[in-house]
Design a protein around this ligand. Sequence first.
Ligand SMILES: Nc1ncnc2c1ncn2[C@@H]1O[C@H](COP(=O)(O)OP(=O)(O)OP(=O)(O)O)[C@@H](O)[C@H]1O
Ligand SMILES: [Mg+2]
Length: 198
Amino acid sequence: MTDFNKISHLLHLNGCIPMEFRNMKFSDIKGLDWIKEDLVNWMNDPSKILTLSSQPGRGKTLLACVTARAYAAMLFETGVFPQPYNIGFKFASESDISLTFKAAYAKRQDQDYIHRLFTAPDLFILDDLGEASNTEQSNEITSHIITTRYRANKITIITTNLSSDDITARYGARVTSRILGGKVISLKSLPDFRSTSN
Ligand SMILES: Nc1ncnc2c1ncn2[C@@H]1O[C@H](COP(=O)(O)OP(=O)(O)OP(=O)(O)O)[C@@H](O)[C@H]1O
Ligand SMILES: [Mg+2]
């Protein structure tokens, strides 16, 4: 298996990465050189949190997945991880997280174990921050995951439609400060690729 395929396999197995983005690379995305440059700069000197923000359809999830793949490949090539399989990777939307906790609660499963699913991976794509219902419990779980990962020096790539004011209103100033203290890339100037592709 080639390195590219090994990393694809890793993202398939552990990541639940969306099918349409599993095999995508930077070179598959036309143009957008300024964004690609920003993302490569981030990979070379990664902050703990990378956030991609915009309205729907601008390519946040696509770019988050492509960046995660490239970053995993870079760690592998530079020997930080001797095998691609050793890089703990996870992809989950905020709704996935919320539903996982609800199911665990209903089945009286150990909540710590569920927390670790999201806090243990070295690299986590938290897709669609702000998508789950705006309840105290759900916001608290998300805040806890973000701050726990931050404290443990683990990298989180966030995609969101929320503004920084919305993030503060939902998750509080401490989470906002950690997010804004990392790298934030706005894709607001891009078109809605969902409507332009049809
Ligand atoms: N640069 C691009 N060129 C062509 N198609 C693109 C580009 N970026 C994204 N797309 C396509 O547009 C669609 C939407 O992309 P994506 O799901 O990444 O958007 P998003 O910003 O995450 O949207 P949402 O906020 O609704 O989750 C996908 O089918 C994706 O393949
Ligand atoms: Mg998305």
